[in-house]
Design a protein around this ligand. Structure first.
Ligand code: 5RP
Length: 227
């Protein structure tokens, strides 16, 4: 099976976590796009009837609306049953690295409204220790230099993410540093520590908002990991 087929498989598998009448939290990325396609098909077929969604990015909002699926503002809801999103890495305890698509801040905000985080990922995302994938950190631009130096002191190298030769600007108007060279053995302590640094908007370690369930796409079918 190709990676794209594995993503399709888990996007479809996530439908069983969608309850009729609920507002569903929707993440960002190529795997979530498969989920949105599957959700739209299920709604069109009358198999699922949801009240709407809360989205974690402009890109997902546009895709949801293109299917006529309502998107609410995060401030309009007090609770979500589930938040469904991909990951760049997930370990055996449900801790994740996210933000490859630069949507980590809104992803964390929407995830924090949800009772359960359903992670959908192909098997290439499962790791023993977080840190091989460059860790995304959203930062206030004027703090980027000092944050880069703090990561050097931790043994990492933080590189400003570029888009078409210019610093990438997130949906929140901020910049992203991608940090290589880290081995994140204590994700919760790491997240809490880096969150305290002046100018950090969001660190891409999802420990406080770790996965409740991971639907992992493998060549022999979808494996369900419960944390
Ligand atoms: C976006 C994310 C994505 O969930 C993550 O990058 C995985 O993306 P994909 O499903 O395309 O591999 O965190 O900010």
């Amino acid at each position: 099976m190709t990676q794209d087929e594995l993503k399709t498989q888990v996007g479809i598998a996530a439908l069983k976590y969608v309850q009729n009448g609920e507002i569903v939290g929707v993440g960002t990325g190529s795997t979530v796009n498969k989920f949105i396609d599957a959700l739209a098909s299920a709604i069109a077929a009358g198999e699922i009837k949801i009240t709407g969604t809360v989205s974690s990015s402009v890109a997902s909002t546009e895709k949801l609306r293109s299917y006529g699926i309502p998107v609410f503002e995060a401030n309009e809801v007090t609770r979500l049953g589930v938040y469904i999103d991909g990951a760049d890495e997930i370990d055996g305890e449900g801790y994740m690295v996210k933000g490859g698509g630069a949507a980590l801040t809104r992803e964390k905000i929407v995830a924090s409204l949800a009772e359960r985080f359903i992670c959908i990922a192909d098997e290439s995302k499962l790791v023993k220790t977080l840190g091989a994938f460059p860790l995304p950190v959203e930062v206030i631009p004027m703090a980027a230099g000092q944050i880069q130096r703090r990561f050097v002191a931790k043994g990492g190298v933080a590189t400003l993410r570029l888009k078409e030769g210019q610093p990438l600007v997130t949906d929140n108007g901020q910049h992203i540093l991608d940090v290589t060279g880290l081995s994140i053995r204590e994700p919760l302590a790491f997240e809490l520590g880096v969150n305290q640094w002046a100018g950090v908007v969001t660190v891409g370690v999802f420990a406080q908002q770790k996965a409740s369930v991971c639907l992992l796409g493998t060549s022999t079918g979808v494996k369900t990991m419960v944390f």
